[in-house]
Design a protein around this ligand. Structure first.
Ligand code: PGA
Length: 254
């Protein structure tokens, strides 16, 4: 069975004290995950080591960066590289979040380079894809997501993509309180898995975790995660509250 993952995306929120409080709160929740389940915490760069240190007692908890640069080192003021993250013991990196695509002009080609530099440094990318409201209303969301996958991901070979993590996040559902229905999520996840099956065969496609993101909260997590091709979620707003996120972790399929 592929991994079931609850990933917290703190985005650019919380000061140091607040981050500490949230980490303490998460530990106090005593969430018991089981083998095959993971929780991933994508925290802002200054808090990566703090989060790693605080959460190291739980073997199912992992730390993620929210981005990294395409180059490994050099004169790129303000950027953070994959080797730096790896040397800090960080396990995951979110790649291609729609906010990075929108505000920082990241395109499918840049993202393919970021995926490569992550893999080279043994970091696990969480590759985000998903369509805007205009595309959904035009009915071309399947083709749009397929192009995102083709241009950023499908150059990988079977060994590289085995066990990979993809997050489907329809942009119209992010931070809007408007969740895709569990049925809409399942439909797109099945489409993504179909694309992966055509390219890599069933075994590899079945090993890839596809997370849903967009207004996931404790109240809807169980229904969404219960769908056969939904392997957990990437959670923004609701991950900033310890008891809410704890409930979301507890909603993962066993
Ligand atoms: P949200 O964000 O849960 O606040 O909608 C999800 C995301 O952007 O990863």
């Amino acid at each position: 069975m592929r991994k079931q993952i609850a990933a917290a995306n703190w985005k650019m929120n919380l000061n140091l004290n607040e981050a500490n409080e949230l980490l303490k709160g998460l530990i106090a929740e005593n969430v018991e995950l089981s083998s095959g389940q993971e929780a991933v915490f994508a925290v802002p760069f200054p808090y990566l080591l703090l989060a790693k240190d605080n959460l190291k007692g739980n073997k199912y908890f992992f730390i993620a960066a929210q981005n990294c640069y395409i180059k490994e080192s050099g004169a790129f003021t303000g950027e953070v590289s994959a080797p730096m993250l790896a040397s800090c013991g960080i396990e995951y990196v979110i790649i291609g979040h729609s906010e990075r695509r929108e505000y920082f002009n990241e395109n499918n080609f840049t993202l393919s380079q970021k995926i490569d530099v992550c893999l080279k440094n043994k970091l696990k990318p969480i590759f985000c894809c998903g369509e805007s409201l205009a595309i959904r209303e035009g009915g071309t969301q399947n083709d749009y997501v397929e192009t995102q996958l083709k241009e950023s991901l499908l150059h990988l070979d079977a060994t590289e993509i085995k066990g990979f993590v993809i997050a489907y996040e329809p942009i119209w559902a992010i931070g809007t309180g408007k969740t895709a229905t569990a049925g809409q999520a399942q439909e797109m996840h099945a489409h993504i898995r179909h694309i992966l099956t055509e390219k890599y065969g069933n075994d590899i496609a079945q090993s890839i975790s596809i997370l849903y993101g967009g207004s996931v909260k404790a109240a809807n997590a169980k229904e969404i995660f219960g769908k056969p091709d939904v392997d957990g979620g990437l959670v923004g707003g609701a991950s900033l509250n310890a008891s809410e996120f704890a409930e979301i972790m507890r909603s993962l399929k066993k």
